[in-house]
Design a protein around this ligand. Structure first.
Ligand code: CA2
Length: 142
């Protein structure tokens, strides 16, 4: 069974509290339940990790080396700023899919650039929770 690490970055734990027009009205607990349900359905073993701290995300990616077959990451605001997360992903060389709930290309200009996209095998934007399902399907081959 493939082991997939799903990483959610800063402020995604606030999901459902504000900005429903952009991120929907379901909360972070519902997102985590959605990911686990879909992982089970696709025959994947899932570990969830959320952090508001760049270094903690870097540490988690480093610890994934030799343990996980794939990473699904929504780096949130670090998408647009973090060379450290990009370097960690390159360092461990684990196949990675980048997910964004919103369509980052149709928002502010600064959201159009992603450091993580320079490494990710696939980038999914603007599909809400379903984007995480699509990312998991990439690893399940379904
Ligand atoms: O669309 C996405 O998934 C993002 O990665 C979400 C990030 C944003 O910085 C990226 O540009 C795009 C923000 C996540 C914070 O979400 C909140 C939700 C409700 C209330 C406050 C923050």
């Amino acid at each position: 069974m493939k082991k997939i690490l799903v990483i959610n970055g800063p402020n995604l734990n606030l999901l459902g509290l504000r900005e429903p027009a952009i991120y929907g009205n379901r909360d972070f607990k519902a997102l985590e339940a959605f990911i686990l349900e879909n992982g089970l359905d696709l025959g994947l073993q899932i570990e969830l990790f959320q952090s508001n701290h760049e270094g903690a995300i870097v540490d988690k990616i480093q610890q994934a080396y030799g343990v996980f077959d794939g990473i699904v990451i929504n780096p949130a605001a670090y998408t647009h700023t973090s060379v450290a997360i990009l370097d960690a992903l390159k360092g461990v060389a684990i196949p990675t899919v980048e997910v964004h709930l919103s369509d980052v290309d149709s928002r502010e200009e600064f959201r159009r650039h992603s450091f993580v996209s320079l490494y990710a095998s696939k980038v999914i934007k603007g599909k809400g929770f379903d984007g995480y399902r699509e990312a998991l399907e990439y690893f399940s081959g379904k």
